[in-house]
Design a protein around this ligand. Structure first.
Ligand SMILES: *Cc1c(COP(=O)(O)O)cnc(C)c1O
Length: 372
């Protein structure tokens, strides 16, 4: 990987980001539509047809600046999720909100806690803001509240928790999230990244709306990139205490979102039928995929989201690195976990039924020793 700036350049990046390297998205070749892409956890069913129609409708108005703060989207989010629209903050993907939260609340040298198998953007955002990322070990593949609390120091400013977590697909229940909040000092901002909340059906799960409303120091992040099937439009939102929402509005770029994303977001929220189909598809396909992987002698890990991690044998002819390459040879993209120090695992999401049948057949061929 390349250093962001050549060593002999007279222009130096600030020291907190000097060791950062370019993020390598696992999205395959440009515009390759034939790919079966299970590598970035996108929704399986494509976008809502209503969202696509809304995009076409707003095309004639693109000479107008978008209405970000007073937009219909903020109101629609309020109605759909039962939240106060005044405290909803929109972002160009929730990735951007993660960055702005760090830029707004992290002083140079402040510590930002993230979990061992947590989302890679958390430590990146901390560094960009001149903060110091601090890793809390997981318990197995699940976030550990005790480990997080054990990392708190007088310099801790933010704790990021993806719940459900990416890449592991695990979650911690509401009671544990509350124990975490109760154990953190009031001055520590707890950010609950609930990018996969729409998929979770377990009764002991909550995305964090209540905690945001009951406390002054908890933020919940959501996205349209996963279940809503709109990753390409870049649309996310945060739910914040009033003062934090005001701060976010003061640091966010005034026209930070595009008008097509706003229009499509409203349409997607109103298309409840699409949402039900998406969740039902995941509920049906994920157990099928996991059963098939188990039947092939592999070890898929339990998940509450639309992706799971699978352990492959260590045998160098059948390992995760080899299967990833084999599948790529058949235009099937999956993600490795080398960046997390777990080279035995592959992460894959649920696509359409046809895509999953093709993928399972390909893995079966791979294990039987076929050449791609
Ligand atoms: C996919 C994902 C997001 C969403 O990112 P966007 O910028 O909204 O596309 C946020 N957090 C986690 C953990 C994710 O996996």
């Amino acid at each position: 990987m390349q250093q962001s700036v050549a060593p002999n350049s007279p222009i130096r990046p600030k020291s907190s980001i000097a060791d950062m390297v370019r993020y390598k998205p696992a999205v395959g070749g440009p515009g390759n539509r034939r790919m079966i892409r299970l590598s970035v956890n996108e929704g399986a069913l494509g976008p809502s047809p209503a969202a696509v129609a809304a995009l076409a409708d707003c095309a004639a108005d693109i000479h107008r600046y978008p209405q970000v703060d007073a937009s219909g989207l903020v109101q629609t989010i309020g109605t759909h999720f039962g939240v106060d629209p005044q405290r909803v903050v929109l972002g160009c993907g929730s990735d951007q909100l993660i960055q702005y939260l760090c830029l707004a609340f992290v002083e140079p040298g402040d510590e930002v806690i993230y979990t061992q198998y947590g989302f890679l953007l958390f430590p990146m955002a901390a560094k960009i803001a001149n903060g110091i990322p601090v890793r809390a070990d997981d318990d197995g593949f699940t976030a550990s509240v005790d480990a997080i609390l054990g990392k708190v120091t007088p310099r801790t400013r933010v704790v990021f928790l993806a719940n459900p977590n990416n890449p592991t697909g695990t979650m911690i229940p509401d009671s544990e999230v509350r124990r975490l909040r109760a154990g953190l000092p009031d001055r520590v901002l707890l950010v609950l990244d609930a990018a996969y909340a729409e998929y979770v059906t377990r009764p002991d799960y909550t995305a964090g709306i209540e905690l945001v409303e009951e406390t002054q120091n908890t933020v919940m992040l959501r996205t349209f990139s996963k279940m809503f099937g709109m990753a390409g439009l870049r649309l996310g939102w945060g739910y914040c205490p009033k003062e934090i929402a005001d701060t976010m509005y003061s640091v966010n770029p005034p026209y930070g979102l595009n008008s097509s994303a706003l229009a499509a977001g409203v349409a997607a929220l109103n298309d409840v039928d699409f949402q039900q189909r998406s969740v039902a598809h995941n509920d049906r396909m994920m157990p099928w995929v996991q059963d098939e992987l188990t039947r092939l002698g592999l070890e898929p890990f339990p998940t509450v989201a639309n992706f799971c991690i699978v352990r492959f044998p260590t045998d160098p002819t059948k390992n995760a690195e080899k299967v990833k390459a084999f599948l790529a040879g058949r235009d099937i993209l999956v993600r490795d976990m080398v960046g997390y120090g777990e080279p035995e695992f592959i992460r894959m999401s649920v696509g359409t039924e046809e895509e999953m049948r093709i993928t399972i057949d390909a893995i079966s061929d791979f294990l039987a020793g076929a050449n791609a």
